[in-house]
Design a protein around this ligand. Structure first.
Ligand SMILES: Cc1ncc(COP(=O)(O)O)c(C=O)c1O
Ligand SMILES: [Zn+2]
Length: 439
């Protein structure tokens, strides 16, 4: 999503928000919105771009200052979902009592067979976010946006989506009692379309790619037609993004409150990657993990690789591309957080790499064959890029490595269906089975 020059409130007007930190709403430890570019602070509200410099806004906190061990204990005694981290999120203290899909605390799988295949000796883990309520990591970001939408009095939830987000918003809206109307490119996979429609909210296919959908939503947000609408990844984007921090928290907690040495994360808009970095930094700041270096690697599909192209060329500017890849969930040609992803990859000593569609399919099968995890194409991109980065020496196989699987293979069956099927089709007789040579 491109950072929009004109911010709009739920009333469709341009807010004249004073540069003060006094917020009318209360969202737990969230103190204000702060500009990533110039640091100007604004009260908590449904705005996403700085009125001084148009930079993106993010949530700034008054984080807990007490003993890290008692904070750890408080978290560990919390529910088995993202609300165990409520003291670090922009949500009300009683969030766990509200109707929400309660995503998170998905499995961190020690992937020894995949490690053996890739030559990793330092410990390889797959964070399997296909286990969320609508089978992608998007349930995390939507859960936080829902709480912000409640606080700001929105009645309709909306989004521009590459597929997974539309399903996550559709489901969360139903559960939390909002109307929903979500927007997707018209040519998505059947699994994504059905998942977005089945909850009964409105689903609109737009003739164009994701960047067209996103432009349309930015227009709608400033129009009376969009009054009272909370677009989770536009006017609620600062809150939405914070949901991805929970991936960082969970990974470290599941590793026994340890930072991994290396992480590989898929990139569409880049929000997830930047917020995982933010979450890791917070854990260090709070003393919940030991302060040591970690490297963040970004993964894209070759057919939509604006960030990896800029990384490899040594550029700071991300030039938009027209996507053409089977990894449709990652098909954002003009990624809003692209420059920040470049910063993080360079600052941490990581990299951004891409793989082609054939490598994506091979990687989906590799993960399924070695670990019994069926990933969607985004997971194939991430595993494929991991393999490539090990082969080209960017990832150190002797150090610990966490690879994210952010979505479920059942939503992108078409990617593997042409090359996956029965080993044999036989008559129901032993002779026929014997002839197939499988005994
Ligand atoms: C399965 C999956 N993984 C990763 C991403 C990337 O998310 P971001 O836009 O935060 O980079 C998406 C985005 O739609 C997705 O659907
Ligand atoms: Zn600014």
């Amino acid at each position: 999503m491109a950072v929009q020059a004109a911010t709009a409130t739920s009333q469709g007007t341009t807010p004249e928000t004073p540069a003060t930190t006094t917020s009318a709403v209360s969202l737990g430890p969230a103190a204000a919105l702060s500009c990533r570019e110039c640091g100007t602070r604004f009260p908590l509200g449904p705005i996403f771009a700085c009125q001084e410099c148009f930079g993106p806004l993010e949530v700034a906190y008054d984080l807990p200052s007490g003993d890290p061990e008692s904070l750890k204990k408080q978290i560990e005694a919390g529910p088995d979902n993202i609300w165990r981290y409520a003291p670090l999120l922009p949500v009300p203290a009683d969030v766990a009592d509200k109707p929400n899909l309660n995503p998170g605390f998905t499995k961190l799988v020690k992937a020894d067979r995949l490690a053996a295949e890739l030559g990793v000796t330092g410990g390889l883990y797959v964070k399997d976010d296909s286990g969320n309520p609508t089978h992608s990591f998007k349930d995390r970001v939507v859960a936080i946006a829902v709480e912000a939408a409640r606080a700001f009095g929105f009645t309709t939830l909306s989004c521009s989506s590459t597929g997974n987000l539309a399903g996550a918003v559709g489901a969360a809206a139903r559960r939390a009692g909002f109307r929903s109307c979500v927007f997707i490119p018209h040519d998505l996979e059947a699994g994504k379309v059905v998942m977005a429609a089945v909850y009964g909210g409105d689903l609109v296919g737009i003739e164009g790619n994701y960047d067209d959908v996103n432009r349309f939503c930015s227009e709608l947000i400033g129009d009376p037609l969009g009054e009272g609408w909370g677009f989770v990844n536009v006017n609620l984007r600062p809150y939405y993004g914070e949901g991805s921090k929970t991936l960082a928290y969970e990974i470290c907690e599941q590793l026994g409150w340890e930072l991994p040495d290396q992480l590989v994360i898929p990139i569409a808009s880049g929000s997830q990657l930047t917020k995982i970095d933010k979450g890791l930094k917070e854990l260090i700041q709070l003393g919940l993990v030991e302060d040591k270096p970690y490297k963040i690697f970004g993964a894209q599909a070759e057919g939509c690789s604006p960030v990896s192209t800029a990384f490899k060329a040594g550029h700071d500017v991300v030039r938009p591309q027209k996507p053409n890849t089977i990894a449709k969930s990652l098909a954002i040609g003009n990624p809003a957080d692209g420059p920040y992803v470049l910063d993080i990859a360079r600052r941490t000593g990581g990299a951004v790499e891409d793989v082609n569609d054939e490598q994506v399919v091979d990687a989906i099968k590799l993960l399924a064959r070695t670990e019994g995890i069926f990933a969607e194409t985004a997971g194939g991109v991430t595993v494929g890029v991991t393999k490539k980065l090990i082969e080209n020496g960017r990832i150190d196989p002797a150090k610990s490595l966490v690879v994210l699987n952010t979505g479920d293979g059942l939503k992108t069956l078409d990617a593997v269906a042409p090359t996956t099927g029965p080993t044999a089709t036989i008559r129901p007789s032993l002779d026929s089975f014997r002839e197939a040579g499988l005994g």
